[in-house]
Design a protein around this ligand. Sequence first.
Ligand code: AMP
Length: 111
Amino acid sequence: MGDCIFCSIVAGKIPGKKIYEDDELLAFQDVNPQAPVHFLVIPKTHIPTIMEAEAGLLGKLLFKARELAVLEGCGERGCRFVINCKEDGGQTVDHLHVHVLGGRSLAWPPG
Ligand code: AMP
């Protein structure tokens, strides 16, 4: 979709360190990691925010995020699954994505 950076990664127009791919979903390392484990899981279809996503897709996104979190070593100590939404939620890329952050203890609440 247009100049969406995540659509460009899906299309292979810009590089991404992919860790998983199927017909609907793509997971890749965050370019600016905030924890030892920090990757993103996205739908390949351009869906701007969680507000536009339907239930089935959200289920698949979260289920895959959990599955990959375990594969990335977060099964024992846990991790954080984050979906930022629009301005107040701190979303900077307008293509739905789940952050998976782990490998260290994370503070709560966020600032
Ligand atoms: P958010 O603030 O929730 O929209 O998160 C967007 C995330 O995308 C940030 O953590 C960025 O570091 C990450 N990001 C932006 N551009 C890229 C890219 N080309 N490859 C991987 N991650 C990216």
